[in-house]
Design a protein around this ligand. Structure first.
Ligand code: 9J3
Ligand code: ZN
Length: 264
């Protein structure tokens, strides 16, 4: 229990609690405007309203090419209500490439943990990154350049760099079977398979899905993202049951690969 793990937050999870539209924490939000910040384009912080449970891990989420934070806004309260500080960001320009997005995600994490109004609510040693498409490519770039990150979740990621042997952060890659913009054969699958085998890694391919499936509320994305963030940002082994044994193909899962048991 919490006595064994100082980072675990919230009640014991169930299949229905990780599928729910909201978790146990009421959520507040605050806008961060550009140009008040530098190095990224501002964003919205979603965070548990109460301070009674101590500090939380934090996650920065970046959008894809031509998109803004609104394209991933659904993840803000959905993840924060489970016990994370979640920062959905805008990039400096909507045309920024994945390497730039990765640097901006790290700038956003630094702002969040060092200067933002919620910095005292965050455990700065327990941080993660997520992003869609070029923001998913940026997620891999951020993890590659900052190995201290605890979790990374690229969603239908796009990048010209196809190989990620440098990543040691536990990484859950989400692909979509019908993606014609970042086809899994040339993006999500090689990104997954080139992660080191010693890195905790998983590949979730959504069934009957497209490049833009991550842009609307999606229970399969939410439940495995929550489980991955809890397992690796909070070290919360209560969520291991949803990740290992590996999820079976279903109406919403085309395929799931990964190491099980996990290393860390
Ligand atoms: O962020 C994305 O949706 C990347 C896909 C894309 O349009 O790449 C073409 C340059
Ligand atoms: Zn590479």
């Amino acid at each position: 229990h919490a006595a064994d793990n100082p980072y675990e937050r919230g009640p014991a999870p169930t299949e229905s609690s990780i599928e729910a539209l909201r978790g146990p924490y009421a959520v507040s939000e605050t806008m961060v405007s550009s140009p008040a910040v530098t190095g990224f384009g501002g964003g919205t912080v979603y965070y548990p309203t109460s301070t009674a449970d101590g500090t939380f891990g934090a996650v920065v989420i970046a959008p894809g090419f031509t998109a803004t934070q609104s394209s991933l806004a659904w993840l803000g309260p959905r993840l924060a209500s489970q016990g994370f500080v979640v920062f959905t960001i805008d990039t400096l320009t909507t045309l920024d490439q994945p390497d730039s997005r990765g640097r901006q995600m790290l700038a956003a994490l630094d702002y969040l943990t060092q200067r933002s109004s919620v910095r005292n609510r965050i455990d700065g040693s327990r941080l993660g990154v997520m992003g869609h498409s070029m923001g998913g490519g940026g997620t891999l770039e951020a993890a590659k350049s900052r190995p201290s990150l605890k979790a990374a979740i690229p969603l239908t990621p796009w990048n010209t760099d196809k190989t990620w042997p440098e990543v040691t952060t536990p990484t859950l890659i989400v692909g979509a079977d019908g993606d014609t913009i970042a086809p899994v054969l040339t993006h999500a699958e090689p990104f997954y398979s080139t992660l080191p085998s010693g890195t905790d890694r998983a590949y979730l391919e959504l069934n009957n899905a497209t490049h833009f499936t991550p842009n609307t509320s999606n229970t399969t994305i939410a439940k495995y993202s929550i489980s991955w963030l809890k397992r690796f940002i909070d070290d919360d082994t209560r969520y291991e049951q949803f990740l290992c044994p590996l999820p079976r193909p279903s109406l919403t899962i085309e395929e799931y690969r990964g190491n099980c048991p996990h290393h860390s």
